[in-house]
Design a protein around this ligand. Structure first.
Ligand code: 13P
Length: 289
């Protein structure tokens, strides 16, 4: 199965009640760890490339590496621009062979978010790419008590239908008490809001700021109607801890430390592919595709 747009997989996830993760990758060892996790789990997945990476000098080489590795997979997998900032960045991602893109204009007023998202939809359609936008704004975990935890930035369910009609995006990130990075205090998720939005729309919904919930909370979020979960901070923590341990071993080498990074990605991704219900979904669906 070559590199694909994740849209049909997300529609299937929505219908079947599981979620597909977007795991962020920044360099080849993490990519290799995730590849290995997908082979073992037989799961569809998204390789999320954060917008900041597109400003790095090595982005063309990194994208070529990603395409090469993902194309060898036997499960459906996508390379996706995460938090795209503008049309130029989306154009670059599409030129680099990314199969899905996110435009994040969620800080802008409603009409401007629509206008910016529409431009991206018009462009990305020519490439057959799937498009995600964000309505409401998912803030940062270290500002949680003043922002997401105080219900600031929440998606207004009354605006969702108009946003989808005017933009035509394929999937939508919503804000319901989720936050990027570590939470300052207990996450306070409004699952009624998720259910309300899900019942109003026919496209998959996305949760950003995947890190920081218990396994049961992820399952509840998915039952409420989330079909894609973006996850990174937990991977960063797991890999960092394991690399520090590897570095402290007698006779430590850079090879051992880099293996620790790959292993941490593999283990953590296997765990969440299972928790999100994506494990096994690649092997059982070849007929449906
Ligand atoms: P976390 O780092 O909180 O898991 O969020 C990742 C994310 O939303 C990437 O788009």
């Amino acid at each position: 199965m070559p590199l694909v747009s994740i849209v049909p997989e997300l529609i299937r996830a929505r219908n079947m009640g599981y979620a597909i993760p977007s795991f962020n990758v920044f360099e080849p060892h993490a990519v290799d760890g995730l590849i290995s996790a997908l082979q073992k789990s037989a799961a569809p997945c998204i390789f999320g490339v954060y917008s900041g990476c597109l400003k790095e000098a090595n982005i063309r080489a990194f994208a070529a590496y990603l395409r090469e590795r993902v194309n060898q997979l036997e499960v459906p997998a996508s390379i996706m621009l995460d938090h795209g900032e503008n049309l130029e960045q989306v154009q670059l991602a599409l030129d680099l062979g990314f199969t899905d893109v996110m435009i994040d204009a969620s800080r802008l007023p409603f009409e401007e978010n629509i206008a910016k998202t529409r431009e991206v939809v018009q462009l990305a359609r020519h490439y057959g790419a799937g498009i995600e936008a964000e309505l409401g704004h998912v803030g940062l975990g270290d500002q949680y008590n003043q922002f997401g935890g105080a219900r600031k930035g929440f998606t207004d369910p009354r605006l969702v239908a108009e946003f989808l009609e005017k933009t035509g995006v394929d999937f939508l990130a919503i804000a319901f008490g989720n936050a990027h990075g570590e939470y300052q205090s207990e996450p306070r998720l409004d699952l009624d809001l998720v259910r309300e939005v899900r019942d109003k729309v026919s496209i998959p919904l996305v949760m950003h700021g995947g890190t920081g919930l218990t396994d049961d909370q992820y399952r509840e979020v998915i039952r409420a109607g989330i079909s894609k979960i973006n996850y990174f901070t937990g991977l960063n923590k797991a890999a960092t801890a394991r690399m520090i341990r590897a570095a402290a071993e007698p006779g430590a080498t850079m090879f051992g430390i880099l293996s620790a990074l790959r292993e941490a990605y593999e283990e953590t991704c296997i765990h969440y592919l299972e928790v999100f219900g994506a494990a096994g979904q690649a092997s059982s669906t070849s007929q449906a595709r």
